[in-house]
Design a binder for this molecule. Structure first.
Ligand code: AMP
Ligand code: ZN
Length: 116
């Protein structure tokens, strides 16, 4: 999709600090990390929301990449948080489906913001 930042990262047109990549997804470090480890996983294809007809295979790849990213980033054993901000009330700021993987520090149990 034109003018989509994360489509640009997915295609390699926009640079990012890539952590993991396969045929369907790309993972890269968040540009404004809210924790020592803060990596985003995106499908290379453009979907805005989880409810946008995302194929099951793509959802499987997105979530299968989570423990792989955690392992690469060194938080598989210490634990990490997985977040999908989906739509306006969740304050989704980039309209291309993405999964946040956050770790490297203890987090409270709130669901309010990244930085709590
Ligand atoms: P969300 O609020 O869930 O839509 O999260 C969007 C995330 O994308 C935020 O954590 C931003 O810091 C991050 N972000 C925005 N632009 C970039 C970029 N060019 N490279 C990496 N992460 C980005
Ligand atoms: Zn996109």
């Amino acid at each position: 999709m034109e003018d989509c930042l994360f489509c640009g990262i997915g295609s390699g047109d926009v640079s990012a600090k890539k952590v993991y990549e396969d045929e369907i997804v790309v993972a890269f470090d968040d540009i404004a990390p809210q924790s020592p480890v803060h990596t985003l996983i995106i499908p290379k294809e453009h979907y805005k929301h989880l409810g946008d007809g995302v194929p099951a295979e793509t959802l499987q790849s997105l979530f299968s990449a989570v423990p792989e990213v955690a392992r690469i980033k060194g938080v598989a054993e210490t634990g990490y948080r997985v977040i999908v901000n989906n739509g306006a009330d969740a304050n989704q700021t980039v309209g291309h489906l993405h999964v946040h993987v956050m770790g490297g520090r203890a987090m409270s149990h709130g669901m309010v913001s990244f930085s709590e």
